[in-house]
Design a protein around this ligand. Structure first.
Ligand code: PLP
Length: 466
């Protein structure tokens, strides 16, 4: 990649300016002060270059989002053209715009057939907030005012606003904020590696039945007439990269149906191809009432979220409107025409290049590369994957699955060490799990470099631990 040398001159000044002005999300201020920021400068394909000219393979696609890779001029051109024509207008009070309309048509043509409408925002967090309010509104419209509690899962990540942060189950998202709010409840996440054996569940089916029973007991204890929804990712991402055990969502779905509880599928990570199908819900046995998407809808080129509203909830909303009720919710940027144009160009690339099919085709080889490269490391307890999502759980002892000391922050250290080997991976919060989610266009050679870089990083940290 060219153009990096002249920027190297500015690198120190940029880091200094960052130190004294920039308040970063999820960043320990003392670390930022001590270490300085990694300042990104430019990117192409799966490669990204920092302001000093160091090149990395982005094994995380930003934050699980740059699915078509960097440097897609089709998307940049669509953004430029739309921002010249009509950069912005709102969509309140029945006002609309052509890219927003065309995107809605496109999204509904890709989504499960039971989806009826699309509601827009700008982030995965606001998509979850919209889902919370849709569930409340839906129940109020059908005369069930008390049906307000929403159940999600321990360690889930659904965002950080006060409502979506309440649905999240990651301790650091709650601590120091007095969250969760009192509408939220949490059940166990499906963790075949650690939780299933401790419950004496020795088959996936038995574990699924156990977890469904736990949910059933919680709904009964709370009172089914107070429970509105269950929110889950088809494959849990930040909570550990946990594919569901066999039969899990089929069992869960039966419990929800029995208690008239709606299912919300958070596909902010999995939507638009990451697991090898356009959406993961149906493939995982879910029959969702709402599907939440963001990230991959634009591959992160501009912020956009899209909430799909299914038959049942839509018919209640439509009926209620005949009595003059309005879903008084929405954002300045709902249906933003330039973001919609970016999404259309992004989806066009995914379709034209067959990237969903590509993910399905390469996922086995992707997995095998990591099994080969790191499967024998002393501190690798388990490698889990679904499509191009992977989690590597690090342990003190492979036999006993003994945990590493939390204070050692091993996943974060492996991610930092990986940078030194030219590879970006993520240490997941409150865990010893390293996650990977490369762009869909990652090449075989780059997969090899990612796996080799991760191996070198794990070896470095293993030596430090001895
Ligand atoms: N839901 C899921 C499954 C996510 O992974 C994330 C972010 O990683 C969110 C919601 C929140 O998205 P955002 O950071 O855009 O608010």
């Amino acid at each position: 990649m060219d153009g990096t040398v002249s920027q190297a001159l500015d690198d120190t000044a940029l880091v200094e300016a960052d130190r004294s002005t920039f308040f970063h999300p999820f960043t320990a201020v003392a670390d930022q002060q001590a270490n300085g920021a990694l300042v990104m400068s430019q990117a192409n394909g799966s490669r990204i270059v920092d302001a000093s000219g160091n090149e990395f393979i982005d094994g995380a696609a930003g934050l699980w989002c740059v699915n078509v890779g960097y440097g897609r001029s089709e998307i940049s051109d669509a953004i430029a053209a739309q921002s010249r024509k009509l950069p912005y207008f709102h969509t309140f009070n029945g006002v609309s715009n052509e890219p927003g309309i065309r995107l809605s048509e496109k999204l509904l043509s890709l989504a499960p057939k039971s989806m009826r409408r699309v509601f827009y925002g700008s982030s995965g967090s606001d998509a979850n907030d919209t889902a919370v309010k849709l569930l409340w509104y839906y129940n109020i419209c059908r005369g069930k005012r008390e049906k307000r509690k929403i159940i999600s899962r321990d360690y889930a990540y659904h965002g950080v606003s006060v409502a979506s942060g309440s649905l999240s189950g990651i301790p650091m998202v709650h601590q120091n904020f007095g969250l969760p709010l009192d509408f939220a409840r949490h059940v166990s996440r499906p963790d075949l590696y650690r939780d299933a054996p401790s419950r004496q569940c020795y088959t996936e089916e038995a574990y699924s039945a156990y977890l469904a029973d736990e949910l059933d007991r919680m709904i009964r204890a709370e009172g089914a007439d107070t429970v509105a929804g269950f929110v889950a990712e088809p494959v849990m991402g930040t909570g550990g990269v946990l594919p569901p055990p066999r039969g899990y969502f089929q069992e869960i779905q039966q419990v929800l149906d029995r208690h008239d509880v709606r299912l919300v599928s958070d596909e902010v990570i999995t939507g638009y191809g990451r697991t090898g199908t356009w959406f993961a819900s149906e493939a995982c046995g879910m029959r969702p009432d709402l599907i939440l998407t963001a990230k991959g809808v634009t591959s992160g080129y501009l912020p956009l979220s899209a909430v799909f509203v299914g038959d049942e909830i839509w018919s209640v909303i439509e009926d209620a409107s005949k009595d003059g009720r309005v879903f008084a919710h929405g954002f300045t940027y709902s249906g933003h025409p330039t973001c919609a144009a970016a999404a259309l160009a992004n989806l066009d690339i995914i379709e034209r290049e067959g990237l969903v099919e590509r993910v399905a085709a390469i996922s086995e080889g992707f997995r095998a590369s990591f099994d080969d490269a790191i499967g024998d490391c002393d501190i690798v307890g388990e490698i889990r994957s679904a499509g191009l999502m992977m989690g590597v759980e690090l342990v003190a002892d492979r036999e006993t699955k003994a945990r590493l000391p939390a204070s050692a922050k091993v996943a974060g250290r492996v991610a930092m060490a990986a940078r030194r080997h030219g590879v970006l991976v993520r240490g997941l919060p409150n865990s010893d799990i390293v996650a990977l989610s490369p762009p869909f266009i990652v090449t075989q050679e780059e997969i090899g470099l990612l796996a080799g870089g991760l191996r070198a990083a794990i070896d470095d940290v293993t030596k430090e631990l001895r």
